[in-house]
Structures are given as structure tokens and as C-alpha cells.
Design a binder for this molecule. Sequence first.
Ligand SMILES: NC(=O)c1ccc[n+]([C@@H]2O[C@H](COP(=O)([O-])OP(=O)(O)OC[C@H]3O[C@@H](n4cnc5c(N)ncnc54)[C@H](OP(=O)(O)O)[C@@H]3O)[C@@H](O)[C@H]2O)c1
Length: 293
Amino acid sequence: MKVALFGRNGQLGSSLLAILGDSMEVRAYGRNEVDLADGTRLRETLLRQEPRIIINAAAYTAVDRAESDADTARRVNGEAPAVMARVAGEIGALLIHYSTDYVFDGTAHEPYTEDSPTAPLGVYGKTKLAGEEAIRAAAGAYLIVRTCWLYSNHGRNFLKTMLRLADERDELRVVNDQIGSPTYARLVAEASVQMLSAMSDGQGFRTERSGVYHMACQGSVSWHGFAQRIIDLSGRAARVRVTPISTAQYPTPARRPAYSVLSCDKLERGFGIRLPEWGAALRQCLADDHGLA
Ligand SMILES: NC(=O)c1ccc[n+]([C@@H]2O[C@H](COP(=O)([O-])OP(=O)(O)OC[C@H]3O[C@@H](n4cnc5c(N)ncnc54)[C@H](OP(=O)(O)O)[C@@H]3O)[C@@H](O)[C@H]2O)c1
């Protein structure tokens, strides 16, 4: 089965490549091979390869930088998925695309479902939502997987930042009024591969299963609580203090949702998949790798 994978160097893309590389004929693209801001080149690449499955794990994920670079964010997060969806329709491929909890405004008090109204607060969320809408409009076989607070042993993420800072400082000041579900990227990659197999009916794809699905680790916590658990589990608690602060004390260019917990019931009903509780997943991540390079 030919697969085109975008985002090969990212947290999720590299996990997907590690899993799929053995069993499928994967052509993996990083920014150097195909810049997703260039829709023409993206289209040509896909038409030349004619994959059966297109996986888009690439995105403009720099949430704060997007506020001052909206045009690039729009092209990468909004227009590139539209190109992928159109080509997927033309060649009969399945598109799996990733989106974010940041499509919500964070004013809810219970987990967001796939049908909850979207209202992104910043450029990143708005452009990711535009990507989702373009895929839905293209009417091919697709899966849009919205995930949340991704981390892994690879790439740039909160887990690695906390571990690095903990080696440099004796106090970490972390916001305690944004609540979400930290999610280990490797688990999302594994579950995505399960979804891909379940989408195939031997000949084609089960288009009736196309749709948006929420996929995150169970449970929820603040960034402060997540940081504290990282420090505890990594054996640094005796040396490093984790101090709660408010979002107002840590101003950033982009506003972030105060609450962005995702209900993952639809994923469980449709595909029988449920990710573990976030603390268990964090333990697994810390145990998984041979170091945190
Ligand atoms: N990270 C999170 O907390 C989070 C939360 C919710 C949803 N998501 C979604 O989950 C998906 C995967 O996120 P992730 O954390 O794995 O992202 P990531 O580690 O930041 O990786 C994103 C990848 O996209 C590539 N990319 C960026 N601009 C590009 C361009 N113009 N052309 C080609 N490639 C480009 C980057 O390439 P370079 O390596 O060259 O920069 C990078 O490898 C994304 O759709 C993201 O929106 C992420």
C-alpha cells in the first residue's frame, strides 16, 4: 500500500514513520522535500506518487509565531490540506489529517465533543479549522483526528522543555489555569494506524466512517499539574520547585483556551480505541526512550 506522509520530522510524523515504515511503502516528506506553503508543488508531488493513503502530520504549529505570520500559517494549515483533499478525491486515496483542541474557545466546563461549536481564539486555531472545513467540503474518504497537548521524546514540546529547564533552574513557574489532556504522540500514531486499517474494506475505503474524531489521553490537568508530574516522575522533585502562576502572569502573543478537554467517546464507539490516562502515558513515554535526545 503506497502512503504519502507529510511532517516526517515532527513529533507525530516521526512516530508514524517508525510504525508504518516496516509494513507499507511509505514516501515521507519533510519541509525540505515539499514546502506545504507551495500548493502547486504539493499537488504535483501527490499526482506523481499516486498514494492510496495520504497522511498529513505536518502543520504550522508555532502558535505564538502564527499571530505575526498569518499568511504562512493559512497556507500550511488551511490551504495545503485543501489541496491534499482535492487530490485524494481525484485519485481515490484516503486522507488522514490532524487538527487541534485550539479550534475551541475554552469556555466550556465539560469535554468538547466533535459536534461542539468551534470558535478559535487565535490564528493557529483559525487556520487549522479552515483546513478541517476544506477537507470536509472535498467529499472524499477522510479522517480528521483532533488531538491535544502532544509531547514525545522527539522534537520540541512541553515535556522536553520542562526537563531542560529543570536542569538549569531550581524553580519552574507554570500556568495553572489552562486545563487539557497531555497526550503522548506515539500513542496517537499507533491508534491512527489502527484507524487506517479499519477504514479499508479490502477494495476501497469505508467512506461512511469518514469524519472528525477526538483522540487524546484520558483525564485532564493544568500545565502546572503536568509539569509537577514530569518533575516527580523524572526524579527531580527534591531539587526543583514547580510554582503555579496564572495565564495573566505569563502573557503570550496568542490567546489559548482555558479549558480544552476533548471527549473521545466517538473514537471508542467507532473504532474501539481509547487512549490510556495521561499520567500512565507519561510514565510510558519516560520509560520508552533511551534518553531524551
Ligand atoms: N503539538 C501539539 O501540542 C498539538 C496539539 C494538538 C494538535 N496538534 C496537531 O497535531 C499534528 C502534529 O503535531 P506535532 O506536534 O507532531 O507537530 P510538530 O512536531 O511541530 O511537527 C510539525 C511538522 O510540520 C512541518 N512543517 C511545518 N511547516 C511546514 C511547511 N511549510 N512545509 C512542510 N512541512 C512543514 C515541520 O517541519 P520542520 O521540522 O522542518 O519545522 C514539522 O516537522 C499537527 O496537525 C498539529 O496541528 C498538535
